[in-house]
Design a protein around this ligand. Structure first.
Ligand code: TXA
Ligand code: MG
Length: 345
């Protein structure tokens, strides 16, 4: 019997499932239909790309958790089209209305007691719900056409760096989802500020973002508490799956943070390690020298943060040395929060 020739292993990469759509009226109508019929659509917001599903459809929301491999103990943010939709989902108080009127549409999420309309899977069984009205025109059109609130966490595998372009979504979830709406790079680049308003006299930031505590205090006229040392949902998850949330927004390459990087620290370093400055350093150049923004302009640093972390994570460096943003207030606080989580082991 002739020897059977051994089948050659296939060398072609598996085709990606996801299709990317430009934001044409026809495509938006198609994607709104997908959402109404229980499907998932990754779509741009001004902060990061979100993985959206009908927030009132528990089965659709369950698919979000499956696609992201996200534990169901981590609640989702619900996106609405108009301030008037808030009262359907949450128990509204005057402080919430002040913040909504001041900052919506925009990168601010309000945590309030939930109404019975919000499925338990969305709030991870908590009696509260997180709601925001996004500013991105494409996401807003999707909301209007779908005619339902949209639950949308960041469109990345759980624990990895958030996506700020359609290609980032494709890189992480291209084989898990079918529809990606491309709206170009996100303008803010960091996830929304989350503020807990369940006790309106004692508002508290749960996650820092582009809308700062000082801005919230100015709008509300009362002090706003800083984030708890351990975020409430992080604690909840950590109890069930210890360590899961310690590495959040994390590249696979080890990250080491520095309050200030100087030419001297870098030149004594290992060339297989990358050095990432907030602003362009005056003299150093090389394949392993990077910066977030030429002038260290913080809104630009925020915009570029996740994209550069992703690029460097794929460049084969053995370690990423990253400089923290100067100062402790405002955007520096939000940027450093993400950098600290990227560095957590
Ligand atoms: O900018 C953003 O907020 C983006 C875009 C897509 O809107 N979304 C986003 O979602 O960052 P995600 O899933 O990556 O973060 C949602 C976080 C949860 O991890 C949790 O910390 C908090 O929101 N959250 C949601 N519901 C909550 C609740 N009821 N109480 C406290 N925190 C809540
Ligand atoms: Mg996320």
């Amino acid at each position: 019997m002739p020897a059977r020739s051994k089948a050659l292993p296939s060398v072609r990469p598996r085709p990606l499932r996801a299709r990317t759509y430009a934001g044409t009226p026809r495509n938006l109508a198609t994607l709104a239909r997908v959402l109404r019929s229980g499907g998932l659509v990754a779509a741009p917001t001004e902060t990061v790309y979100g993985l959206a599903a009908n927030a009132l459809d528990p089965a659709a929301c369950e698919h979000i958790f499956l696609a992201k491999a996200r534990p169901q103990t981590d609640p989702l943010i619900v996106h609405i089209e108009a301030i008037s939709d808030l009262a359907k989902l949450a128990v509204v108080n005057p402080a919430a209305l002040v913040l909504a009127k001041t900052f919506w549409p925009g990168p601010l999420t309000l945590v309030l007691a939930k109404t019975a309309l919000v499925p338990a899977i969305v709030s991870a069984g908590l009696p509260s719900v997180a709601v925001r009205m996004p500013a991105h025109p494409l996401f807003r059109r999707l909301l209007r056409l779908a005619g339902v609130p949209l639950a949308a966490p960041s469109a990345n595998p759980f624990g990895y760096v958030s996506p700020t372009t359609a290609q980032h979504v494709r890189d992480g979830l291209g084989e898990k989802i079918s529809h990606i709406l491309d709206g170009g790079p996100c303008s803010v680049g960091l996830e929304s500020t989350i503020v807990d308003l369940r006790q309106p006299a004692r508002p508290r930031v749960l996650r820092p973002g582009a809308i700062t505590r000082a801005q919230l205090e100015q709008a509300l006229g009362v002090p706003v508490l800083a984030p708890p040392r351990r975020r409430t949902p992080a604690t909840a998850v950590a109890q069930i799956a210890p360590g899961l949330l310690t590495r959040h927004y994390s590249p696979r390459t080890p990250v080491q943070l520095h309050t200030r990087l100087t030419t001297r620290t870098v030149s004594s370093g290992d060339p297989r390690e990358a050095w990432v400055f907030i602003a362009k350093p005056p003299v150093l150049r090389g394949k392993n020298i990077h910066w977030f923004n030429h002038r260290g302009d913080l809104p630009r640093v925020a915009q570029r943060l996740f994209a550069l972390l992703r690029e460097l994570d794929q460049a084969g460096f053995t370690r990423l040395h990253i400089e923290l943003a100067p100062g402790r207030a405002g955007l520096a606080d939000a940027i450093n929060d993400r950098l600290r989580r990227a560095a957590a082991i």
